[in-house]
Design a protein around this ligand. Sequence first.
Ligand code: FES
Length: 143
Amino acid sequence: MTTENESTSTRTSEYSETAKAFWKHPLNLGPMLQPDGYARVVGECSDVMQIYLRIQNNRIVESRFDTDGCLATVSAGSMAVALSQGKSIDEAEAITAQDILDGLDGLPEDHEHCARLAATTLRMALADARKLAREPWKKQYRH
Ligand code: FES
């Protein structure tokens, strides 16, 4: 019989050291007040990813994420914000799920969708930033 702890450690062993490091010490985890770009996306597994962007002069000066997902989701969200930090909106829009997977030295095949969720959420937060830039007065109504 396999205990829950044995099962968890077996699964953890399938992850790269980079993915585990981004899970254990996630970069910029937690919300941001009055973001310049924001998106909340529910993944195919029902996990939720949120990304918050602070943008100055068309460049991402701060990028944060939040999720209720698993190790892979936390790692993917953390890598997405790491990759987007300091980039222009155009540059960040080019970040793909494969870039996130490459940055993490891969994820188990059955968790590659976590990278797709992070990439989709980032792309939608960037689209939101473009929209808010056209109507900046709306920022005051954001929480
Ligand atoms: Fe659901 Fe990772 S397991 S997004």
